[in-house]
Design a protein around this ligand. Structure first.
Ligand code: NAD
Length: 498
């Protein structure tokens, strides 16, 4: 590891990175890859290598799934209180190491350190939420049906697989695996190849605090090899994929062939509909905050800002001022407000969409282009505001960067039609002082989530998922999600006629 001297790491983080190359972790121990093939993991803020991870082969991934399945019976058979207390111990241990995991995540994913710590706390809260919820799920539910004695019997499935993207590596692991573990399943996690470090750290920590071997397993490597091997494995009992719609389709096809139930959490192109009765400075601040949070690499972000015509000019002026004040910098610099994008490919994607958008007739009304941060060769881009026709490529396709596309509307009906004119259906927001109108518009927008006078709102207990090109399978974070991780058997005995 050779990081700029300006970057000061916690001793525990230094020690963790010194263990490079970092191996997969399966069956409660390191799981070295036979191939010897390494994938460098780079600090997006400095462009410097911080560690290598290993790439497993298909046969090794299959062995990991076998180990997760073999560990299932004992884990599922543990008395509920015992399983719960082990998982709560893990939540406590993660919370105690928030600074360490937050720094690993900030360095690996290019997240502002305080935000990365927030992701770690979110993991902890999610795990505690599902553990508590699982305590109230009865194994047997009696059914009141004339002529029959009948009940349903719930039990976990076995080894569940999870494939994650690079934008919220640790937080999404929490959203994914918490309900599965609380219900008594074992898990195999495949983190994104760019951001595998926090998953490896978690699996090691889980073993340290007494999670039985084989309950939490991590397999590392590229999507086309390790991810694909997992999706084609017929012994996984459930698959959950979070990532792009293009790969989601491949995952759905592969799981469909084996009839493995699948949950897909995919991309978005969310709208914010802003009416003329809002507090303009406050609304502009909230939306600029949303599009620059984690450099706009947020699936449910508000990327199309639909502004009622009478306040458009005032709104744009506010946004320009707010954007010009944002401090772009290294994620571990406490003065930074916006960090880099995850890798040079993502940088090219963001800048490419700005170019394609303007070539296609959009006007760049603020910012755009690469940003420089003194002392660092990271993947920095400036936030940007584009405007024009919503048929423009930059208004239709997911950019996944700090780029908002603005357009105007005059009537409520027009705003709803514009918001819904997209292939995606993940999350939108409506901004107005009129609560009846807010509810009407929120219900009329075709997406899994509609927020009122806020954007990017998540709460354990509120289902979060997408429709259309944004996903299928019931979403995450809710009591329904927990139920997805039990299979149900209907037990029926016909009763003699009275
Ligand atoms: P991606 O689809 O390229 O990769 C996601 C994961 O899939 C990675 O771990 C990757 O290695 C793996 N993968 C790649 N090819 C594979 C294959 N053929 N088979 C199996 N696995 C494969 O996505 P990304 O670029 O990492 O993440 C960005 C995307 O994720 C965006 O579209 C974003 O909107 C979406 N996302 C959605 C949510 C949500 O909750 N809906 C959350 C975060 C990100």
């Amino acid at each position: 590891m050779s990081l700029s001297t300006a970057i000061k790491l916690l001793p525990e983080v230094e020690a963790f990175l010194k263990g490079s190359p970092l191996t997969s972790f399966v069956g409660g121990k390191n799981f070295p890859a036979a191939s010897g093939e390494l994938i460098p993991t780079i600090d997006p803020g400095s462009g410097e290598k911080i560690a290598d991870i290993e790439e497993l082969t298909t046969a090794e991934v299959d062995r990991a799934v076998d180990i997760a399945n073999a560990s299932f019976a004992d884990w599922a058979a543990l008395p509920l209180e015992q399983r719960s207390s082990i998982l709560l111990r893990l939540a406590d241990a993660v919370e105690q190491r928030k600074a360490i995991i937050g720094q690993i995540e900030a360095l690996d994913a290019g997240k502002i350190e305080a935000q990365a710590q927030g992701d770690v706390q979110n993991f902890v809260d999610t795990l505690r939420y599902f553990v508590k919820l699982a305590n109230d799920v009865p194994k047997r539910t009696k059914l009141d049906v004339d002529g029959f004695e009948a009940w349903t019997y719930k039990q976990p499935w076995g080894a569940c697989a999870f494939i994650f993207p690079w934008n919220f590596p640790f937080l999404l692991i929490g959203w994914g695996i918490s309900p599965a573990l609380a219900a008594g399943n074992t898990v195999v996690i495949k983190p994104a190849e760019d951001t595998s470090l926090s998953a490896i750290y978690l699996a090691r920590l889980a073993t340290e605090v007494g999670v039985p071997p084989g309950v939490i397993n991590v397999v590392t490597g590229r999507g086309a090899t390790v991810g694909s091997a997992l999706t084609h494995n017929s012994k996984i009992k459930r698959m959950s994929f979070t990532g792009s719609p293009e790969v989601g389709q491949l995952v759905g096809e592969a799981c469909g062939r084996n009839l493995v139930p699948v949950k897909l959490e995919l991309g978005g192109k969310g709208a914010a509909v802003v009416f003329d009765d809002v507090d303009v400075p406050a609304t502009a601040a909230a939306l600029v905050g949303a599009i620059t949070f984690h450099s706009g690499q947020v699936c449910c972000d508000a990327t199309r800002w639909l502004i009622q015509k009478s306040i458009y000019n005032e709104f744009v002026e506010e946004c320009k001022q707010l954007m010009s004040a944002i401090r772009i910098g290294h994620p571990l610099d406490p003065n930074s407000q916006m960090g880099p994008v995850v890798n040079p490919k993502q940088c090219d994607r963001v800048l490419g969409y700005q170019q394609k958008g303007t070539a296609g007739g959009a006007e760049c009304i603020y910012g755009g282009g690469p940003a420089t941060v003194e002392g660092y060769q990271g993947n920095y881009v400036k936030p940007a505001l584009l405007s024009g026709s919503l048929d423009n490529v930059a208004a239709r396709e997911e950019i996944f960067g700090p780029v908002a596309y603005l357009a105007t509307f005059e009537s409520e009906e027009e705003a709803i039609q514009m918001a819904n004119d997209t292939d995606y259906g993940l999350a939108n927001s409506v901004w107005t002082a009129d609560s009846a109108r807010a509810a009407r518009v929120a219900e009329a927008m075709e997406a899994g989530n509609s927020w009122i006078n806020a954007h990017n709102v998540f709460a354990q207990g509120v289902p979060y998922g997408g429709v259309k090109r944004s996903g299928l399978g019931g979403g995450v974070l809710s009591p329904e999600t927990l139920m997805d991780y039990y299979r149900s058997t209907s037990v029926v005995r016909p009763l003699p006629a009275k």
